[in-house]
Write a protein that binds this ligand. Sequence first.
Ligand code: ADP
Ligand code: 3PG
Ligand code: MG
Length: 381
Amino acid sequence: MLLRVDFNVPIKDGRIQDDTRIREALPTVEDLMGRGARVILMTHLGRPDGQVDEAARTTPLAARLGELLERPVKHVDDCVGPAAEAAVNAMRDGDILMLENVRFHPGETRNDPVFAKQLASLGDLYVNDAFGTAHRAHASTAGIAQFLPAVAGLLMEREIATLGRIMTDPPHPLVAIIGGSKISTKIGVLKSLMQRVDRLCIGGAMACTFLKAKGLEMGRSLVEEDQLDVARSLLSSSGQGGGTLVLPLDAVVAPEARPGVPVETVGVDAVPPDMKVLDVGAMTVERFLQTCDGAAAVVWNGPLGVYEVAPFDRGTDALAQGLAGSDAETIIGGGDLVAALQKQHLAERMSFVSTGGGATLEFLEGRTLPGIAALNDRNDA
Ligand code: ADP
Ligand code: 3PG
Ligand code: MG
C-alpha cells in the first residue's frame, strides 16, 4: 500500500534539524507494518520544481525513519518508473520502502493524472497521513485518490479531530492567541476565529498594525499600512456577538532585531519614533494569561515577538510557560511558533501540536483542504 507522509523537515548540510514530522507519522507506519502491509512511503521535500535536486533527496529521511523504527527502511532513487517498480516488486510483507522525492517530477505539483496513475500503479490502497500538505492539490495528495481506495492515516485523523472540533463544536470559554509578522497572511484565520472564540489576543508584529489603526504611533515597527482598514474593521466587530480582541499593553523596543542591542520596555502609547516593537512586554504576557484563565481551550498560532533573536523570544516563552501550567487544553500551530516552543522544550508541554503550517491556517480558516476532500473516509463522504 502507498502511504503519503509529510516528511518535509528542515535539513541543513544533509542533517535533519527537526524530525517531529517523522516521529508523528510513526503510529501509522507501525500500525500498517503490524498488519503485514508492504508500506511504500511517498513524500515531498523542499520545492525542487520538477527536477532532480541532490540536496532534496529523501535518503536522509529513510535513514532517520529506520533509526526511529529500529529496522531497515529501503530507499529507491525514483518514485515512478522501472526502478520504483522493481523495488516494489522485491518487497515482502511488513517491508518499508521510501520512494524518491515526488516533486522531482513536474506532474506532482501540476496534479497530472498520468503521473498520479503511475504512482497509484505501485500499490492497491492509498493512505494519506500528510496533514501538513493537505492544502495542496497535488498528484500524491489528491489526484492519486481517483485511482485507489483512499483513507486517512492516524496523524491525519488526529489533526482533523482536534482542529475540527475548534471549527464545528468549540469548547467554551475558547481563547485564541494570534501572533506572527503579518495580518495579510492571517486575515482569513482572524475572521474565522473571531466567530468562534470568546476572546482573541493579538501579539507579534501584527499587533502593531492594530495599535496603529487605533491611532497609536508605532515608530519604525513593521506596520502593514494597506491592512489598517482590515484591522479597523476587526476592531469594530470586537465584542459584537463574536470574540473580543485583546491587544498588547506594553512592548519591548530596540533600534534593530540584533543580538546585544539596547532594549527597553515601554507602554504601547510611548513607542519612540526611532525604535521598533520587537516583542510584547511582561504586562502583556500577564494580560494574555489572565485572558486564558478559566478557558476550556486555547488555540495559539504565531510567535509574540522576533523569537529568532534573544531577548525578543521572552514574551513567547513566558506565555508558553504560563500556558504549560494551566488547566486549559492548549492547541498550538504554525511553523514558527512550533519552532520557537521546541527551542525551549515547551512544545511537549502543550496538549496538541499541529504538524501543519499553511495547512493548519487554511483548516482554521474553514477552507476545504484538497488532501482531505479526496479521501473516501472523510466525514461527509
Ligand atoms: P507562524 O509560522 O507561527 O504562523 P508567522 O510565519 O506568521 O508565524 O510569523 C513568524 C515571524 O514573525 C517570525 O519570523 C518573527 O520574527 C516575526 N515577528 C514576530 N513579532 C514580530 C515583530 N514585532 N516585528 C517583526 N517581526 C516579528
Ligand atoms: C509545509 O511545510 O508547509 C508543507 O510540507 C507544504 O510545503 P509547501 O509549502 O512547499 O507546499
Ligand atoms: Mg511562519
